[in-house]
Design a protein around this ligand. Structure first.
Ligand code: HEM
Length: 243
């Protein structure tokens, strides 16, 4: 019963997340960018834009220039999240790749770093008057959701251990359509229910900044308006149709 419930929920949430996310990315890609508006000083070439985008995504460069504290905790949270996700791949891959095995000890530290970064970001929203004024429910909810996932994960690791071999069998079973029972441990069920919630809200939430950054005209345009005429694709199509 429990296994069927969670198996169905994971299939449904994965499908919803994939379809809604692809649709959203399609909308971003199809939205015209009629003006040349790179944030200056901006790179002059496409290669330069790629490099700046890489620095932005990997190191949060613009946030670093804007605010060192938010950068420190925001970057800490995101890097830790990436490592935690990599560490979790051991539940979905058999055999476990060498890199994922090597990352395991760092992954546990990352769990703590993730929770620390999130706590600082939440404290900022609650304690800094100016930031509290501009914070909406979703700002708090997203931080709380990630915090709860991190804390329930650490809780499972240190307080109420679960049978991680069975957890892995359950998820491999989902992938190969050969269902295996899910352990009925409360901490695991809380962790997984929160993860399901994250999967469902992701494509409809502020978390879309992750794919969105790549489509931001002020970030993905080269500052070449003196070299070439900017003709937005939609305009180009209609010009060609007329010709
Ligand atoms: C279906 C997806 C997931 C499964 C099956 C899963 C399962 C688990 C399990 C079994 C543990 C305990 C590890 C142990 O006892 O050694 C754990 C820990 C943890 N989980 Fe997850 N989890 C999932 C998704 C996530 C996500 C999306 C996040 C972050 C947003 C996350 C964050 C954590 C953290 C921070 C820990 C503690 C550190 C660690 O052991 O890695 N989990 N998870």
């Amino acid at each position: 019963m429990l296994t069927t419930l969670y198996a169905t929920a994971f299939y449904a949430a994965s499908l919803l997340m994939a379809v809604a996310l692809l649709r959203r990315i399609w909308l971003y890609a199809a939205t015209p960018a009629p003006l040349k508006i790179p944030t200056t000083p901006a790179p002059l070439t496409k290669g330069g834009v790629t490099l700046r985008m890489f620095r932005e995504v990997a190191f949060f460069e613009s946030l670093f220039k804007a605010n060192k504290w938010i950068w420190l905790f925001g970057w800490m949270f995101h890097v830790a999240l990436a490592i935690v996700v990599l560490r979790h791949l051991r539940y979905f891959l058999q055999p476990v790749p060498m890199l994922i095995e090597l990352i395991q000890p760092v992954g546990i530290l990352a769990g703590f770093a993730m929770v620390a970064g999130l706590s600082a970001l939440l404290a900022r929203r609650l304690l800094v008057e100016r930031i509290r004024y501009i914070s909406g429910p979703s700002d708090y909810l997203m931080l709380a959701l990630f915090l709860a996932i991190g804390l329930s994960g650490l809780g499972m690791k240190y307080l109420a251990r679960t049978d991680i071999v069975s957890v892995k069998q359950f998820f491999l079973g989902l992938i190969y359509f050969d269902w295996r029972p899910l352990p009925a441990d409360p901490a695991l069920l809380v962790h997984l229910t929160l993860v399901l919630t994250l999967m469902v809200v992701f494509p409809f939430s502020k978390l879309l900044h992750a794919p969105g950054v790549f489509f931001s005209p002020s970030r993905n345009q080269a500052d070449d308006s003196r070299e070439r005429r900017h003709v937005p694709p939609a305009r180009l199509e209609s010009t060609q149709r007329r010709a």
